[in-house]
Each structure stands twice: as C-alpha cells, then as structure tokens.
Write a protein that binds this ligand. Structure first.
Ligand code: C2O
Ligand code: CU
Ligand code: CU
Length: 469
C-alpha cells in the first residue's frame, strides 16, 4: 500500500541523481513484494484527522488503518490480491471494491454477497483484478454514515506498460459537513435532503486535507487520477490555462479527448484519468475551479509553477493512450433491451414529494432501501453471456450517477445522440430528464446492485438488483 501525498515518480527525467537512486531502490523493493497473492490488512476503526489544517482541531472520523483516505491499494493487472479486513467499529461493515470486475462473493454487499463483518470480526477479500485502472473501495453497510465519516480509499491497478508521463498524482476528493468545531455534523439520512440533492458538505478535501497548492514544474507531463469519493457532490472541473486530456473514465481507457467545454464532470463514485501538459509560466498559479453548482463555484486547488526553467520532458506532445482492458464487447444486434425508469424525489424545487411510503425514490416502481440485504427480489433476471442494452430514463428533477456492480458498460447514447470516444463506465451521470443507453455483456453471474451513488438516493430507494443467472 502506498501514500497519496507522495507523487509516484514514473520517469526520472526531472529528478536529481540522488533522488533517482532512492526512487529506483523503492521501486525495486515494491517489485520484489509484488509476488502472486500480495496480502494487505485493513483495520476499520475510529480515529482523528487534521482535515482543516494543523492549527485547527482534529476531526473525529472513521478510518481504514487510521488514515483519511484509507491506504492506497496498488496492485498489478492480473495479479491476485488478498485483503484481510478487520472490523473495529461498533457496527457491521463490509468493503466494496468499486468498479473492479470480481466474483460476487467478493463484492461486499451485506446479506447478498456476504454476511456483514460484525464488530471484532474479519473477512478476507481475494480477487484478481482483470482491468488496469483507477478504482476505489468503500463500505456497503450503513453507507451514508460510514462513507460520510471517512471510510474510502483508492485502488490503483497498474498497467504492465504504463503510459509515459513524468509524474503521477492521485486526487481522492472527499466532502465533509463540518461544524465550527471541525466535527462532522449529525443528521445523516435527513429525509428532505434525501428527496433533493443529498448530503452535500461544506468542506472539500483532496487526499484528506483542504488542498493547498499543487506544486508543478513547467514542461512536465503529469497523469492525474481523479476520484470523486463524496456522498453527493457533483463536480465540474476547469483547469485555468490548461487543456486536460481524458484518457480513462471510471478506470477504463477511452479515446483520448478533451472534456466538452473544457469542463470535467465527475459525479459521486466516478473517476477520470487525465493527462496534463504543464505549459504555464514558471512562477505563476493557475486555479482548478469547480463550478458545478450555480453561484457556488470555488477553487479546488491551484497549479503552482516552480520558478525553474521549463523541463524538457520527452513525453509532452505524444498521444497518451492507455492499453486496452479485456472487456467483453456487447453484441449490439442481438442485445436484449431493458428499460429502467428512475422515479421520485422532490418535484421542481418546493413542490410536493410523491407518495411512496418510506422510500423517496424508485426504479420501475420498486424501491430497495438501505445498503442491499437478503431477500431483495431482482428487478430483472439476465442470462449469463448475453448482451443487454439498458435504457436508463431519468424521470426526476435531479442528477443521478447510476452505478452497476461487477461490470463495466459501454455508454452508447445520451438523449438519442451517440456518445463519442468509446467511453466505458461503471457509473454514468444522468442530468434531470436524461435518457442514457448503455450496453454490456452479462458475463458475471450473481445478484448485482444497481443504484444511484448519491448515497442518500441509494439508501432512500434508488437501488435495485440485477440477477445474472
Ligand atoms: Cu460504489 Cu454499490 O457502490
Ligand atoms: Cu460498485
Ligand atoms: Cu440519485
């Protein structure tokens, strides 16, 4: 496992000779440890973190191994990994490996794929990630509170031949609702919020701290792995003075492209790998701005250029393309259509909520609440090996990042228009009234959750099970 704050140096062009030696030594020892069945241990426990700076009080949080975010799990594509999770919370938990195509028994949904990990108990997750990419892990038990109190970490599955960049950064974004005392505000599961945009916080962190400047050097090429690990916050990032190239979406490689209008949209649970050529002026600062919510735009961080003369990176200007992952291509002519209609929520601002009993949201009139539990009837039964096109129709006035476990799907069309750049995802963001077609091969048998990743929406009914038989 690794750290987030230390950038991972992949090429030595920009380092001093002494640093080169140190890095070489570290990477050799990492390689030596990366034998088949790497074993990691993760302890889930309460802790404290300096989210808002060393001069302010620490925040009481729930952690993996005492750190926010949890340890970075770094594995190689196609190599097996074992992670022993020990629960020291006083409530049940599980770990879900978001976006990784793994067997159902390792999916971390309590009551469906495994019994919950009771306080004091352990569970061993063992799987072999087939795809390289940027993934993450989080609980699937009491999700709203456990994720909201800090339980999340990144998983990087390395390509055998990573694309050539000078440095790699991981930006794990989390969002907190803190009081003046820097403590997490109570009120998880507020019904009004659940019927609207969900629990959006007032403090955004990158890798567990309110971001200061990101120090860069002119002339470098960096890869940034962005992970939105918030409960509910949608982000639209603009890189002032820069032109990011998206090379992967939700861990899966795509045609390298610039985001539409230069705004990188990232809903909860979504990831984006970007390649950034740092062509700014030495000594200058450039803001990275999130302007998703009208009137609430803020500067997430700043790219702060060193005053050194530009580096002459050999990688800048090359096409940055990631190697393909072994995804099964859906057979579109024979694919069976299925329709999923997202329903509920507060109608147009102050309107009334639809009468749906305890649940606020539904898919095709069915509401599964909480985190997934035994006895949930499946919304649809799919046949192993067949291709399906899911038409997801957002009949609500709200945004929803819709996530399917155990598979990645090809995003075909949005509102009837072809989605360019061969985008595969595990979480697709729907604007109000959007209709999105996605296609996939149901090649992984099991009962798989399909839910909105705005956690309040999930737990208030925007969730279903797809059974693959
Ligand atoms: Cu990150 Cu059920 O999902
Ligand atoms: Cu998932
Ligand atoms: Cu939603």
């Amino acid at each position: 496992m690794g750290a987030y704050s230390k950038p991972v140096v992949l090429r030595r062009t920009l380092l001093s000779a002494a640093a080169n030696l140190a890095v070489a030594a570290i990477s050799r020892s990492t390689a030596a440890r990366a034998s088949p069945a790497q074993e990691h241990r993760l302890t889930v426990r309460a802790g404290a973190a300096s989210l808002v700076g060393k001069s302010r009080p620490q925040t009481s949080v729930w952690t993996y191994d005492g750190s926010i975010p949890g340890p970075l799990v770094r594995v190689r594509q196609g190599e097996s990994v074992r992670i022993v999770v020990h629960n020291k919370l006083d409530q049940d938990t599980t770990v879900h490996w978001h976006g990784i195509r793994l067997p159902i028994a390792m999916d971390g949904v309590p009551g469906i794929s495994q019994p919950p990990i009771r306080p004091g108990q352990s569970f061993t997750y063992a799987f072999t990630p087939p795809d390289a990419g940027t993934f993450w892990y989080h609980p699937h038990a009491n999700s709203l509170e456990q994720l909201g109190r800090g339980l999340a970490g990144a998983v990087i599955v390395e390509e055998p031949e990573p694309p050539r960049v000078d440095r790699e950064l991981v930006w794990m974004v989390m969002d907190w609702r803190l009081g003046a005392d820097a403590q997490i505000a109570p009120g998880f599961g507020n019904r009004m919020e659940a019927a609207m945009a969900g629990r959006i916080g007032n403090t955004v962190t990158i890798n567990g701290v309110i971001p200061g400047d990101e120090y860069v050097r002119a002339g470098e090429r960096v890869r940034i792995r962005l992970i939105n690990a918030t409960l509910a916050r949608i982000m639209a990032l603009r890189f002032e003075g820069h032109r990011p190239t998206v090379v992967a979406v939700d861990g899966q490689p795509c045609e390298p492209h610039e985001p539409a209008d230069g705004r990188l949209l990232l809903g909860p649970a979504m990831r984006s790998d970007i390649v950034l050529d740092l062509q700014g002026e030495p000594g200058h600062r450039y803001a990275v701005i999130d302007d998703f919510y009208e009137g609430l735009e803020y500067t997430l961080t700043q790219l702060a250029y060193d005053t050194m003369a530009p580096a002459r990176s050999p990688h800048v200007g090359q096409t940055a393309r990631l190697p393909h992952n072994p995804l099964p291509d859906p057979d579109l002519p024979s694919a069976e259509p299925r329709e999923l209609v997202l329903q509920g929520g507060m109608m147009g601002g102050m309107g009334s909520m639809r009468g749906m009993g305890r649940a606020t949201w539904a898919i095709n009139g069915m509401s599964m609440t909480g985190d997934g539990h035994a006895g949930m009837p499946p919304l649809a039964i799919l046949r192993t090996g067949r291709s399906y096109v899911l038409k997801i129709r957002n009949d609500t006035a709200w945004w929803h990042p819709m996530h399917l476990h155990g598979h990645s799907f090809r995003v075909l069309r949005r509102n009837g228009e072809t989605v360019p750049n061969s985008v595969w995802s595990d979480t697709v963001l729907l604007a109000p009234k959007d209709v999105v077609d996605v296609a996939f091969v149901a090649d992984n048998p099991g009962d798989w959750m399909l839910h909105c990743h705005v956690t309040d929406h999930q737990t208030a009914g925007l969730m279903a099970v797809l059974r693959i038989d």
